[in-house]
Design a protein around this ligand. Sequence first.
Ligand code: SAM
Length: 281
Amino acid sequence: MPNKNLEATPRRLIFFGKAEKISLLTSFPLVLSFLLCYHLFMAKRYYTTEKLTIGKAVTLDGEEFHHLKNVMRTRVGEEVILFNGDGNDAYGRVKSLDKNSAAIFIDKVIPCEHEPSCDVTLFQAVCKGDKLSLITQKITELGAKEMVVFYSDFTDIKDKTGKLDKLERVSISAAKQCKRASLVKISGVVSFDEMIKKAKELDEVYVAYEHHQGTSLIEAIKNTAGKRVGIIIGAEGGFSQNEIDKLLNQKIVPVSLGKRILRTETAAIASVATIIFTMEK
Ligand code: SAM
């Protein structure tokens, strides 16, 4: 026999009775203030190129100093975390602050727990506008190790430098946000042949080919645990036949990213995410 009272009860009341609702309402400000305090008092991360040694002081200047002093309004005695890209977090305290720099005394250096445990390289054809910047930001967050930018036959842009000099700053800022302690190593812009040479140094390399109807990326990477993996992504115009032939001659495996054609930046980010989510334990 169905319980008539229960049937008549609005669904949400089954989960939240009056008492639970009241306690939820009263605990809301508490949770909110906890989150606010956590955000305010959690040690903030800063990037330095200096060596990080326990018992020594590091000088922070330039953009990172501006962020520490003028944006975060950090005071002498407060705890901060420094990283220099070697995969470690250095915990320290602000010893002194002046107009242009801060001295941070290092108390402890430990391996960063947010470091990626897999080795993934993106080979990205140089592309228009700020797309490389977007790709750098997202693959830093996702945990890529390296990005090699290359020219391709259908690259259709005037400025072919890829503005790579700006990308390190993007990776630093993304690393600070996602709490990793290493940056994406960025190189290029290299020729198509140079890119193939670099790709062949890895254990497994795939090319995302928009006209490939066979193996999907997700199937191809099933057995790549512990290997150094690379994925090659074409520019807005895709690959020329000559380029695809070169890749296939080098036994680079073509893979599909599904039945829709993705923009180059979507393809890059989705591929790196797929590989890292599959490989990382
Ligand atoms: N101009 C090409 C066309 O219209 O067929 C599309 C190139 S797509 C915008 C840019 C790059 O993203 C491709 O060269 C490829 O590396 C990757 N890509 C996009 N969609 C893909 C898919 N469904 N499968 C495999 N690779 C894809």
